[in-house]
Design a protein around this ligand. Structure first.
Ligand SMILES: [Fe+2]
Length: 339
């Protein structure tokens, strides 16, 4: 993270788990986002798509449910769906309609001054809504997920509460700062490159691994392989440590409506229960990824929806939307981070 964020912001993020941006979206924009998603059907929930058939999630759910997921695929799918249906009354992934408006606003309000790296890709957005009856998310890390393919240990989310999350309402996220426990992830990009670059079918004419060419069977081969299994062992260990050793070291911050926070979803986090029966908890998140000098292209579609199609230029203070995934081959090596 030290080569992505400016030094003072890096130190704050490292020590506290959040980076306060000092940016607040205007109420009109907050209400536009809420209105936009109010039109989506209650009960719409994209979460299960992202977790079924994903072995990472099987490990996360613990040995019992993991075994169930791996043995009885259909039953596992139902269990996962039931779990996430309860956790959110509405969860919309990759809608992509509000991304540009929000990025333009935060760029205009000075987001670039927090960054050292010039380019960052805005992959997709998430709208999450829950009532006081939904169970709060426990301690977890959003482990790299093969549906995304390109993920790093330093992914950064713009996290924006759309209603006040405070002492009275609850619903705040708490984060275990990296200074307490670091979840390694960049090694996965290296492993993916090492594994898939060995087969010319998955490599383009410029020598880049192209995840859009890799079929599920080839991905399954990597997932079962020794390198990935080593990493899973490490993740299981670090998850146990977070829960057993650090459960009381999670940090909170101020999360009023429209306030923009930066946070790394690979760091351990959890949410307080939502307490207000008169109002639903609503948050909006834009997941962003920094670019490394590993020759891997970005995935273009996530469950049929265009993703990875916004490029934020911190030097020009601009966001560009593309019809397809950002072509990382066109970004000069000097503007990429060493893996
Ligand atoms: Fe999470």
């Amino acid at each position: 993270m030290h080569d992505i964020l400016q030094d003072s912001g890096f130190r704050e993020h490292y020590a506290r788990g959040f980076l306060e941006t000092g940016i607040t979206l205007p109420t009109t924009l907050v209400e536009t986002i809420r209105g936009h998603y109010a039109a989506r059907e209650l009960g719409h929930n994209d979460f299960p798509k992202f977790f079924v058939d994903n072995e990472h999630q099987a490990y996360l759910e613990g040995a019992a449910i993991g075994a169930v997921l791996n043995t009885f695929r259909g039953f596992g799918r139902t269990l996962v769906k039931r779990f996430y249906d309860k956790a959110y009354s509405k969860a919309v992934y990759c809608d992509q309609q509000m991304v540009e408006a929000v990025l333009r606003e935060v760029l205009a309000q000075g987001l670039p001054r927090l960054f050292k790296t010039r380019y960052i890709v805005a992959s997709y957005d998430m709208y999450l809504r829950n009532t006081h009856q939904c169970p709060a998310a426990g301690i977890h890390t959003d482990l790299p997920n093969f549906h995304h393919f390109y993920e790093t240990e330093n992914d950064i989310s713009l996290y924006i509460p759309l209603v006040d999350l405070d002492e009275a309402n609850g619903g705040r996220i708490t984060v275990l700062p990296e200074s307490r426990l670091k979840v390694p992830g960049n090694v996965l990009l290296k492993m993916l490159h090492d594994h898939f670059s060995a087969d010319p079918r998955w490599v383009d004419e410029q020598g880049y691994v192209d995840p859009n060419r890799i079929p599920p069977e080839a991905m399954a081969g990597f997932i079962k392989g020794p390198a990935h299994q080593d990493l899973m062992t490490l993740y299981k260990g670090v998850i146990a440590l977070a829960k057993k050793q650090h459960a009381h070291q999670f940090e909170k911050t101020v999360e009023t409506a429209g306030r923009v926070l930066l946070f790394n979803n690979k760091n351990f986090h959890a949410a307080e229960p939502w307490k207000n029966p008169q109002l639903d908890r609503e948050v909006y998140v834009i997941r962003m990824v920094p670019l490394y000098d590993v020759p891997i292209r970005l995935k273009g579609k996530l469950h049929g929806t265009q993703v990875n199609n916004f490029l934020v230029d911190m030097e020009l203070g601009e966001v560009r939307r593309f019809d397809q995934e950002v072509d990382v081959r066109l970004i000069p090596a000097a503007n990429k981070l060493p893996l």
